[in-house]
Unconditional design. Structure first.
Length: 406
């Protein structure tokens, strides 16, 4: 087998574990566990519309029709050829007066989907990173020499003997065959990264990324999209974010993108500090799409396409197109509710990129979440959940590469 292909398969398998790890480059993750499916949420007053192509020309909507639906006449075009329409201020005010802003968006989406010229319409869903509290189960192992490797039970050889962990993905055995190659590029589409962290600073594995968060409040960094994917934190105060499964806040910063990137391999592994990465020599490209309160479908989709090497208006060319894209994020609702998400994944896979998504760590069937329920990606999750109660769970290893079974 080609060595690069072999290493890419290895990283694809390892990236499946990024939603399950107990320790990170900045410590142990702590987060609330959702007991019930969260309420679907989307960007207030926005709809995504993809028009059909007729005789090579993309259909359009007449101003009178936009006005009748309560839409503004100047939509924004996305990287997937869709349009983001905003409800007019009068439509928003009328709906808000009856506390029916969400209902108005869903009503407009339904009306648009009934039009012959519309391929699909949907809300601009808000997705979250997939994170839950997990319990460290192992206290042994000393390969490599990073002091917190003993707590990374998920990396240990699978088993119950000394130095092993039930559910471990047996990295010590795999490291005997190789520790990854820098030509294998993994894009971590998440909250960004902490490049100055003690276990990351100076890492040769860190490639140039991009910040695709268009809303300055969500971005929490004072501006919109730019070439700095640094994570300024995504914590929020009481009632600062939308309602999500009864959680009104406050919420501490998650540093989730750093956690995932560190698990994949951006950290300086075997340097006597912090944690170990799974693939020591791969190139990590941080793509920031999640901030305060989550991230919008349109920002995430632009991040997916850019990560795969596709052109996105306003963003520079990605000089390190990803062989693997990791999406440890998601939201409630089947992928059929978000055809724009499916389109972005299809575009990435068509580039030859392997897309890995979180199936969710909340004991729900993956069919109830997206992008976990979309076609083409490889999914990872727990097999036996409720880690908050101390129950062990296993890693599901991904055997899909480029959309086909090996």
């Amino acid at each position: 087998m080609n060595k690069v292909l072999s290493n890419r398969n290895m990283v694809a398998r390892l990236a499946c574990a990024t939603t399950l790890t107990a320790t990170t480059a900045i410590g142990t993750i702590n987060a609330a566990v959702a007991e019930e499916p969260p309420r679907p949420r989307f960007v207030p007053g926005q709809v995504i519309v993809k028009f059909k192509s007729v005789e090579g020309q993309r259909a359009e909507m007449a101003p009178a029709m936009m006005a009748s639906l309560g839409l503004r006449s100047e939509p924004t075009r996305t990287s997937g050829g869709e349009f983001i329409f905003d409800l007019s201020q009068s439509a928003i005010s009328a709906a808000a007066a009856e506390d029916k802003t969400e209902a108005k968006v869903l009503e407009v989406v339904e009306q648009l989907n009934e039009m012959d010229k519309v391929e699909y319409a949907q809300p601009n869903w808000i997705l979250q990173h997939q994170l839950r509290q997990v319990r460290v189960m192992a206290e042994n192992g000393n390969n490599p020499d990073d002091p917190l490797f003993s707590q990374q039970w998920h990396f240990h050889n699978n088993g119950t003997d000394e130095g092993e962990s039930p559910g471990g993905i047996s990295l010590p055995k795999r490291w005997q065959k190789g520790v990854g190659k820098n030509e294998v590029v993994v894009a971590v589409v998440d909250t960004g990264i902490l490049p100055d962290h003690a276990d990351i600073v100076g890492s040769p594995n860190l490639g140039k990324g991009f910040d695709f968060i268009s809303d300055s409040f969500v971005g929490n960094d004072g501006d919109g999209r730019d070439d700095d994917p640094t994570d300024p934190g995504d914590g929020y105060s009481f009632f600062e974010c939308f309602f999500l499964n009864g959680d009104f806040g406050p919420q501490d910063d998650s540093w989730h993108g750093t956690h995932v990137a560190g698990t994949v391999g951006v950290v300086n592994t075997n340097n006597g500090e912090g944690v170990a990465g799974s693939a020591w020599n791969v190139t990590i490209v941080p793509v920031r799409v999640l901030g305060k309160c989550g991230g919008s479908t349109t920002d995430i989709n632009d991040g997916i396409r850019w990560a795969a090497g596709l052109e996105v208006d306003g963003a520079p060319e990605n000089l390190n197109p990803a062989k693997i894209i990791n999406l440890s994020l998601g939201g409630p609702g089947a992928c059929t509710d978000s055809p724009a998400t499916q389109a972005a994944i299809n575009d990435a896979v068509a580039q030859g990129t392997t897309v890995i998504v979180a199936a969710g760590n909340n004991a729900r069937d993956a069919s109830q979440d997206h992008p976990a329920s979309c076609d083409n990606p490889c999914r990872s999750s727990e097999r036996r959940p409720r880690a908050s109660s101390g129950t062990l769970f296993e890693l599901r290893r991904c055997d899909r590469y480029h959309g086909t079974r090996r």
